[in-house]
Design a protein. Structure first.
Length: 196
């Protein structure tokens, strides 16, 4: 009778051990991927912070070199303040991502208007400090695009692993939710209209 009992218990114990190891492996993989998404998000915030840090220098340079429309300058300052208020400890939810992107879009729009206003002031464009800041802002915008793409790639890897079998059953159980993506603005598929 004990041989029969051992014969029944051993396979069951082996199955429980195998299932536990698989669960542990899936959990650890999801933790690693989730941390990678959070790290990618931190890098996105880093390049946005770089832009936010450059803006006071740009504003001070423009202010010192030209007396121009105060409203444009005020819009840049206000948009930067809104961007500075949004900080996340981990990758944001879809709703938080939407608000974050709306604030970033407002800042980009304010900066664009500032650069258009600057076109009216040739003496400002001629200053070395302004040219240097303009180059820094252009480089930062490129970095933002790169880091957003990297974040989306990392989030895609996580979301894909989370939705695959058998992880799909365990992800919800352990609280692994989808990560939000950066999406293009509505109308960005249309080419911009350039008028002179």
């Amino acid at each position: 009778m004990s041989k029969t009992l051992i014969g029944c218990v051993a396979p069951a114990l082996g199955f429980v051990l195998l299932a536990g190891m698989m669960t542990m492996g899936i959990y650890n993989r999801l933790v690693g991927l989730s941390e990678a998404v959070d790290a990618a998000w931190a890098q996105v915030e880093n390049v946005y912070q770089r832009r936010a840090d450059l803006i006071p220098n740009l504003v001070a340079t423009v202010k010192g070199a030209a007396d121009f429309e105060q409203e444009t300058l005020q819009n840049v300052v206000e948009a930067r303040a809104k961007v500075g208020q949004m900080n996340f400890d981990e990758a944001p939810t879809a709703a938080q991502m939407e608000q974050f992107q709306a604030n970033q879009d407002a800042l980009s729009s304010a900066l664009s208007r500032l650069l258009v206003v600057v076109e009216r002031y040739p003496e400002l464009k001629a200053t070395q400090a302004f040219r240097d800041l303009q180059v820094q802002l252009e480089g930062t915008e490129n970095r933002i695009a790169v880091e957003r793409r990297r974040y989306n790639d990392t989030a895609r890897g996580y979301n894909t692993a989370r939705k695959r079998f058998p992880a799909v059953f365990l992800a919800g159980l352990f609280g692994f939710d989808d990560k939000a993506y950066f999406e293009s603005k509505p109308g960005s598929d249309e080419p911009p209209v350039v008028e002179f």
